[in-house]
Ligand binder design. Sequence first.
Ligand code: NI
Length: 171
Amino acid sequence: MELKILTFPDRFLKTKASPVTDIDGSLQKLIDDMAETMYRAPGVGLAAIQVGVDKSLLIYDINPSDDDQRRLRVLINPRIVTSEGEILSENEGCLSVPDFRADVKRAERILVEAVDREGRPLRFEAEGLPAIVLQHEIDHLDGTLFIDRISALKRQMYARRIKKKMRSGNE
Ligand code: NI
């Protein structure tokens, strides 16, 4: 089932996710629904907060549009253990921030710990694009959007544009 993706300025996007305590059938169903939603968008990542669920869960796939290259990755209770270096994530975007892209400074390499959908512990390093996607999605679980990491001026310009659009849509 495709889920509704919340968009800025929905206040739920500022929620800090709660740890997952049970990997049960309802969580598996949520993961499947999130995957369907992400691939349909298409997007490279989706955090549970974005579909209105207060759980520390994210999915990602850096090849969402290529059926042969697709590989869904599921991280439960993910956390960045260490990060190093700096790269510019060019033209970063987000399914919850429609019609806007911006450059964002991100760590170049990160070490991540999480649990997979079978409950097995994971610990791995990510570099480059996967590292950027993971930082972006883990930010969502902390109530942070990528526009919180750009200049206030650019963020306000976007916020004004969205408010104007919402007003004209409500008339
Ligand atoms: Ni996003």
